[in-house]
Design a protein around this ligand. Sequence first.
Ligand code: B16
Ligand code: MG
Length: 218
Amino acid sequence: MSRKGIIFDLDGVIVDTAGFHYLAWKHLANDLGFDFTEKQNEAFKGVSRVKSLELLLEIGKKTATQEEKDQWLKSKNDEYLSYIDNMSHDDILPGVAKVLDYLKENKVPIALGSASKNAVPILKRVKLHKIFDATVDGNDVSKAKPNPEVFVIGAKELGIDAADTIVFEDSIAGIQAANIAGMISVGIGDAKVLQEADYNFNDFTEIDIQFLDKLLNS
Ligand code: B16
Ligand code: MG
């Protein structure tokens, strides 16, 4: 049996900051004079901040100078950070702590693999900054999901082969990144949206120890 490792996405998997991103982007879109729906937001999940703004401007059919873009990126992030400021340990999504505890008890290597440049402050707010054996985030990569760079670096830091790496993700881009890397992908969220994943669950309350053991020992 080869040694397996697990990489967790952050936003939408460990904490529900995906909703905060949506609110802040929607606010910006409304300020610029157009609407931004939850359905459109699916394509923003797991995507970098700069790429997200490009997508938003495409939706609103807006062109902008670099100065304007920088200003909007800052105002969106400032609003997002104000939501994060109110987070605590209680904001870890249901079922996640149980899974993390089980993996730690069984000495399974775990990493964070997030596109967010705010990942470390969020982990600190929810008191999970000491639990991961490796933390790879938007500050460590140059290529955004669906490019697998963030997960490839995570697996390397854990010392695990790609084929032995299991990725938990809530975004289409993240599932594609895991699949491109030859990793095992587990979609967290709507199975219709994340149909490219190897396994699907609505949330972590549906993930039991038998499933984890099956994944880790097969
Ligand atoms: P930030 P994840 C991603 O985090 C989010 O899903 C995505 O919506 C966001 O645009 C991206 O982080 C960048 O976040 O603005 O905080 O750097 O899902 O990969 O953990
Ligand atoms: Mg995510």
